[in-house]
Design a protein around this ligand. Structure first.
Ligand code: TYM
Length: 367
């Protein structure tokens, strides 16, 4: 398996990643502690979709002392948003509401420009606006949410980025991201820009404020570096909470990627496209024939439709009945796929309506 911010491949063993990255698993004790403040647990927590963290206990210690944290997450615009990207953002929105905290949302519009050979700034600019609509559509509170756009807000970000960059050697970046001498110097510098939002609110407020970063586990190598450097610069180490990846339709392993239209569902896909993609491409844990399936049952643990339902079906009882019925052979692959299609299309219908409304709101989120 390979998991870096720019490449995820192979069968992902999340327990192994916890060990390799040196993060901590989210255990029942921590879940109970979160629940004390939130009253309920988000399905992503109940189902261990958010499975790992750094320093979440410290964030809660500070919160309990009245020292509120801010949230920080982001999106690097390069193409269409797919439903996997929404996973950390939906959870971030829940955290914002439950803890009543500010969110800084970074759009590093130079990142993919630096990492993708044929990507121009013109293309990035277009997708930036489009991607913002997806974020706003999730319902973030504009009074408590600020968008940080690297090329637009460079004046504010560049100095702290240089402070950070000065403390990171080329060999650290090579080891963290697997870079070699052929990488361009923009790529080498970039991690400094992704560190800045973790301290910008502290710089602007003139005092240290705890920071919690929700993201999928691929971004952790950046924040491993941030934590080391920021401490040296006299700031708090940012805490983080990590999700697994929504697998590609062709699953069961890996991460959904924007560049493969057949294995990703985009937020703008219409109902017919969603149905076609799921019916045609969703990796099945079912048996080759109906007779065999009825007799032996399917395997929900590798079936992508079931995996996706664990992200999108909020009702635990329904989810369990799908699991049991698929395993016993009562529910056929085509039926399970249809359940997923209905769920996704309901979700996307609402999201797409909110996306339209978001067009009037973009400016409210600018710094
Ligand atoms: P980006 O734009 O590639 O992805 C945005 C967010 O989506 C997560 N993600 C996924 N989550 C679940 N399932 C998937 N299949 C999946 N694919 C992507 C990513 O982990 C990310 O949280 N460099 C970042 C942008 C960024 C950022 C941040 C992200 C800047 N600052 C702070 C998180 C936190 C990027 O390229 O993400």
């Amino acid at each position: 398996m390979k998991v870096t911010p720019w490449e995820v491949s192979g069968e992902i063993d999340y327990n192994k990643l916890i060990k390799e990255f040196g993060t901590e698993p989210i255990n029942d004790k921590l879940l109970a502690r979160i629940k004390k403040h939130t009253g309920e647990l988000h399905p992503f927590l109940r189902r261990k979709i958010f499975f790992s963290h750094r320093d979440l206990n410290w964030i809660l210690n500070e919160y309990e002392k009245g020292n509120k944290f801010f949230l920080y997450t982001g999106r690097s615009p390069s193409g269409q948003v797919h439903i996997g990207h929404l996973v950390p953002w939906m959870f971030t929105k829940w955290l914002q509401d439950k803890f009543n905290v500010d969110l800084w949302f970074q759009f590093p519009d130079e990142e993919k420009f630096l990492f993708k050979e044929d990507l121009t700034f013109e293309k990035v600019e277009k997708t930036l606006y489009d991607n913002m609509l997806d974020v706003i559509a999730l319902g973030f509170n504009p009074k408590k949410t600020k968008f940080l756009i690297d090329t637009k807000d460079a004046g504010l970000m560049y100095k702290p980025a240089c402070e950070v960059a000065k403390k990171i050697t080329f060999s650290t970046v090579k080891a963290a991201f697997g870079f070699d001498n052929s990488f361009n110097i923009g790529q080498i510098f970039y991690t400094a820009m992704q560190t800045v939002p973790a301290i910008l609110p502290s710089i602007l407020a003139g005092k240290n404020i705890p920071c919690l970063i929700p993201h999928a586990i691929d971004q952790d190598p950046h924040f491993r570096i941030s934590r080391d450097v920021l401490q040296k610069l006299g700031y708090y180490k940012p805490a983080s909470i990590h999700s697994v990846f929504l697998p590609p339709l062709s699953g069961p392993g890996g991460k959904m990627s924007s560049s493969d239209a057949s294995t990703a569902i985009y937020t703008t896909d219409d109902a017919k496209t969603v149905k076609n993609k799921v019916m045609k491409y969703a990796y099945s844990g079912g048996q080759p024939t109906v007779e065999e399936h009825r007799k032996k049952g399917g395997n929900p643990d590798i079936d992508v439709s079931y995996q996706w339902l664990t992200f999108f079906e909020e009702n635990d009882k329904m989810l369990k009945s799908y699991y049991d019925d698929y395993k016993s052979g009562k529910l056929l692959t085509g039926e399970l796929k249809q359940l997923l299609v209905d769920k996704l299309n309901k979700f996307l219908e609402k999201h797409q309506a909110n996306r339209e409304k978001a067009k009037d709101k973009v400016k409210e989120f600018y710094l």
